[in-house]
Design a binder for this molecule. Structure first.
Ligand code: ADP
Ligand code: MG
Length: 708
């Protein structure tokens, strides 16, 4: 029997008394009372995330303000809040609630609030001393997410200046930093030598086996998907009872693997094929970020007797969520990660080998309650040659544009000397300043402009925000708000696995594009949004057109929320401009204001060349409505890039050179040192000279060439 249907088994809520953290309840409550900063560490699954907030609630902290807990991942914030609301016998959103981007499930009554680290950062913007909170817990600090790292620096700065910290607060804020057992000394030193509380926990041995399937050259997703499926089935048939956790990279890979597993598991004959006769079936469950929450709940429920559970998950199951009963790990060796790609000068979500420390963490998930086994589908050579020792913190590998704007808006003018736990390379900071300057968020001296103050209010990427604000100032926000919303939700177009169905879906999508009039990917998004909204039966309309109804529903909600933010800002003095021209041009020109950094020009055949100084050769992605029409195009802008063996541009719109002509010089004519004026004292002449050669010298030679 293979199962992937709903299974209702009540989770055992009393189990919390058996968690390692339980014996330290009183000590922890006291430690938080006694210290402004406290680091709490313990093995994953010891009960930090679900229990400590409840202990602090019981100790009465809520009477001085909310207990806030941050999570780097959205799903973790939601799932854990659900669990804790059950444990505290209240409905979600009352005493216990959560807030993630575009989804606020809290009320006046909420005193234990789980949220993403990005949300708390936004709250600090409105209320720098966090006057609504008595305790803030920064959870999963070892993940080293960009926002958590920035929060650490900000809270350190605030609390270390008593004047600032007590302003607008009746009692001092308490900060707890929670982390798996990595880097806790470093955290304590960073926070002024604060105490570290270690929850002692027992772990059981896990034996790890390498395989020869994946070597240093095998990075094709089809290869590792096939391999994890094969290994998971081997485990199922040849190992004793116990659940399996498979680590894969992302939603589409996970769905593919689950389909393959399901199909293959169907043909197992449990009388002959399975070693352990107590095992009578396989329950296959996917787990990834954008999954509906009711499906996520099933992950935690114990499987019915005789059934082995096999969870196929992203890295979220490595530390953020603990699933009980896991005895076997199948590790693909890969993770999907946002990295700054210097080849194209942008952040790109890419599949990369995990680090060795990550691999150990993954394996450890099999040894929580008894000895376990970890099956690595990669070879020792892959381990040696491809896997770094540690994962590089996000702050050192992604774009800093949004956080630097936040810091500037918080009055941290000197962004170079901000207390970073790990300092990002200066060129990344300078790059962020340059981008902020290019979209008019800061002025030449690095000061936040009026526009920058407006931009920081939107939880969107800076370019998109800039385009939206431009549209609003021209009175055509109705064109851009739906587009911004559609770009903020998961993919809306369904791509069926079956080739015939795929053809039909492509045809439907193309028709939607044609109906959109001036055909480009942005108007396509607008058209889908408007048509679905106007439909009497929107979910049927979606089904008929191969559109994800769930994604569209979120887009409707996101649009409303973005509109609310805009309305609030428009009540203050909001810049207004006039435009005479047609609507299609207006729309595309607004996009240009935000996306002129993502401009490309067709060079030969189907190849385009970007204009941002990187001069990358790019192709239009096959999912674009403009695919195969390249010959008719000249200049285009695009929303993002996908790098495989080629570089693809996605969500594309044709433009006229005239519209970006005056903006393009901004891509090159920036004196980054002027922007970071405060940093000037810190840099050596040598470093200045390095930049001189890169930036200024280029301009100087261009200037002299013109003179000749
Ligand atoms: P830590 O933060 O120390 O890693 P957690 O507090 O996340 O530990 O987990 C403690 C226990 O709570 C684990 O046994 C885990 O399986 C359980 N748990 C957490 N979330 C849920 C949930 N949504 N449903 C059922 N059990 C859960
Ligand atoms: Mg945790």
């Amino acid at each position: 029997m293979s199962k992937r249907t709903k299974w209702d088994t009540k989770g055992d809520l009393d189990e919390s008394k058996n968690l390692p953290i339980y014996q330290h309840k009183a000590t922890l409550q006291q430690a938080v009372k006694d210290n402004s900063f406290l680091v709490v560490t313990g093995e994953t699954g010891s009960g930090k995330t679900t229990q400590l907030p409840q202990y602090l609630h019981q100790a009465g902290f809520w009477s001085n303000g909310k207990i806030g807990i941050t999570q780097p991942r959205r799903v973790a914030a939601i799932t854990v809040a659900q669990r804790v609301s059950q444990e505290m016998h209240c409905s979600l959103g009352r005493e216990v609630g959560y807030q993630v981007r575009f989804d606020d499930c809290t009320t006046q009554d909420t005193v234990v609030k789980y949220m993403t680290d990005g949300c708390l950062l936004r709250e600090i913007l409105a209320d720098p001393v966090l006057s609504q909170y008595s305790v803030v817990i920064l959870d999963e600090a070892h993940e080293r997410s960009l926002n958590t790292d920035i929060l650490l620096g900000l809270l350190k700065q605030t609390l270390s200046s008593p004047d600032k910290a007590s302003k607008g607060r009746s009692v001092p804020l308490k900060v707890v930093v929670m982390s798996a057992t990595l880097e806790t000394d470093k955290l304590s030193v960073f926070l002024g030598g604060c105490p570290v509380f270690t929850i002692p926990g027992r772990t059981f041995p896990v034996t790890s086996k390498f395989s020869c399937a994946i070597g240093p050259k095998d990075t094709e997703s089809s290869v590792y998907i096939k391999e994890v499926v094969k290994v998971a089935l081997d485990v199922h048939t040849s190992e004793m009872a116990g659940d399996i956790l498979v680590f894969l990279t992302g939603q589409s890979e996970i769905e593919k693997a689950c389909d393959m597993l399901y199909e293959k598991a169907e043909s197992i004959d449990y009388r002959y094929d399975v070693q352990d006769h107590k095992v009578e079936g396989l329950l296959i469950l996917p787990l990834y970020g954008s999954m509906p929450t009711d499906q996520q709940k099933q992950i935690f429920q114990p499987p019915p007797p005789g059934i082995r559970k096999c969870v196929v998950a992203t890295n979220i199951a490595a530390t953020s969520l603990t699933i009980n009963g896991i005895k076997y790990i199948v590790d693909s060796g890969f993770v999907k990660q946002l990295n700054h790609n210097s080849r194209v000068g942008m952040d790109i979500l890419e599949v990369v080998p995990i680090s060795k420390s990550e691999a150990l963490q993954r394996a450890g998930r099999a040894g929580r309650t008894s000895a376990g086994k970890c099956f690595r589908i990669y070879s020792p050579a892959f381990w040696e040659k491809c896997m770094p020792e540690y994962t590089v913190p996000e702050i050192q590998r992604t774009s800093l544009t949004a956080v630097i704007l936040t810091l500037k808006c918080l009055g941290v003018h000197d962004v170079i000397r901000f207390p970073y736990l790990d300092r990002p390379e200066e060129r990344f900071i300078l790059e962020a300043l340059k981008q902020l300057y290019q979209c008019d968020a800061i002025d030449r001296r690095g000061k936040v402009t009026r526009l920058g103050e407006l931009m920081v209010e939107f939880p969107l990427p800076p370019g998109l925000t800039r385009a939206l604000l431009q549209a609003a100032s021209l009175g055509c926000e109705d064109l851009l708000l739906p587009v911004a919303a559609m770009l903020s939700v998961e993919n809306i177009f369904i791509r069926p696995g079956h080739p015939e169905k795929q053809k039909e879906a492509d045809k439907k999508h193309r028709q939607l594009g044609v109906q959109a009039g001036s055909c480009n990917d942005f108007t396509m998004l607008l058209s889908v949004f408007e048509k679905c909204k106007a439909s009497d039966a929107p979910s049927a309309w979606c089904k008929d057109n191969y559109i994800h109804w769930r994604a569209l529903k979120s887009a409707f909600s996101v649009e409303t929320q973005l509109r609310e933010i805009l309305l609030r800002l428009q009540k203050r003095d909001f810049p207004m401009e006039k435009f005479d021209g047609n609507k299609s041009e207006l729309f595309r020109r607004c996009l240009c204001t935000g996306y002129f950094t993502n401009v490309a020009r067709r060079s030969v055949g189907k190849v385009f060349c970007t204009m941002d100084g990187h001069g990358s050769m790019v192709h239009i992605h096959p999912s674009s409505t403009l695919f195969d029409q390249e010959a008719q195009l000249d200049w285009v802008i695009f929303h993002d890039l996908l790098v495989t063996s080629r570089i693809y541009i996605r969500t594309v719109c044709p433009i006229r050179y005239d519209w970006v002509k005056d903006l393009l010089p901004k891509l090159h004519e920036v004196d980054v040192y002027e922007l970071s004026s405060v940093a000037r004292e810190e840099v050596t002449d040598e470093e200045v000279a390095k930049w001189m050669t890169k930036e200024t010298a280029k301009r100087q030679t261009e200037g002299s060439a013109e003179a000749v």
